[in-house]
Write a protein that binds this ligand. Structure first.
Ligand SMILES: [Zn+2]
Length: 258
């Protein structure tokens, strides 16, 4: 069983939990009294076994519960997992979980497999590389739905907007099939892809050819957006023209990004 810490595979032997600044702060108390405990124990780690091979990740509950309603329920609940501090997620891809941890600890989502200083090359990604990028974004977003973490889902869409900036490029139909089979029908990531396709240039082929390999649900969404926004100028319908929060999940207006 491989072990990953929040610092990645290279630091798998690092005692992550004991090094946490938050854990240290929680411990700091009058020596004569026992440490005051909050509803869930900030000093306890949570072991998560991910994927069929049960790759082990060690999480700080105080951090993982900040934005994930799923983990908050696990940490606060009276469940077997809560007591054992051990959770199994066999259906989750360890690579996606690693991306999620990157967000939890660094507030950044990086879906590229290799970091590159040359951002230009990332913005012109095409072909199989683009399909792969979309696959990773879609599965990361689906993980955000599973763990009920809106902040992570928002960050995934933001990263998509940052990395994939080719105007008029819609991606591959295969990615849309993956999208429709993986994320919820009314998700903001779905809307993001719909909007890209809605303003795409299909002048070099017939309308039927352009849409024929797309899932029916997606075509219906496209039709709805076309109908709802038929009076808008095409320039205003581009994803680049929309407010960032248009593709975010926020509970209220007050929660929107500043
Ligand atoms: Zn926002």
């Amino acid at each position: 069983m491989a072990t990953f810490s929040m610092f990645g595979p290279g630091a798998s032997n690092t005692p992550v939990v004991s090094q946490a600044p938050m854990a240290v702060a929680a411990e700091k108390t009058d020596d004569s009294r026992p440490a005051k405990r909050s509803r869930f124990d900030y000093n306890d780690g949570l072991d998560v076994l991910v994927g069929e091979d049960e790759v082990k990740f060690v999480l700080h509950q105080a951090i993982v519960c900040t934005t994930s309603l799923f983990f908050r329920a696990i940490c606060n609940g009276k469940w077997k997992e809560s007591e054992e501090r051990l959770l199994r997620l066999p259906e989750v891809d360890p690579e996606m979980f690693s991306i999620y941890l990157g967000f939890l600890y660094n507030r950044k989502v990086d879906m590229r497999e290799e970091r590159s200083a040359d951002m230009k090359s990332l913005k012109t990604v095409t072909g199989e590389a683009l399909i792969h990028l979309h696959d990773r974004a879609i599965h990361a977003y689906a993980l955000g739905e599973m763990v009920q973490d809106a902040a992570f889902r928002n960050a995934v869409v933001d990263e998509m907007r940052f990395v994939w900036t080719q105007p008029g490029q819609v991606g591959h139909q295969r990615s849309i099939q993956t999208l429709c089979a993986t994320v919820s029908h009314r998700s903001k990531l779905m809307r993001y892809f719909v909007d890209r396709w809605a303003v795409a240039d299909y002048s070099d082929c017939s309308f039927r050819d352009f849409y024929k390999h797309l899932p029916t649900n997606f075509v219906l969404e496209l039709a709805c957006v076309h109908t709802e926004e038929r009076d808008m100028h095409v320039a205003d319908r581009r994803v680049s023209a929309r407010d960032r929060c248009f593709y975010h999940d926020h509970e209220s207006e007050a929660d929107k990004c500043k």
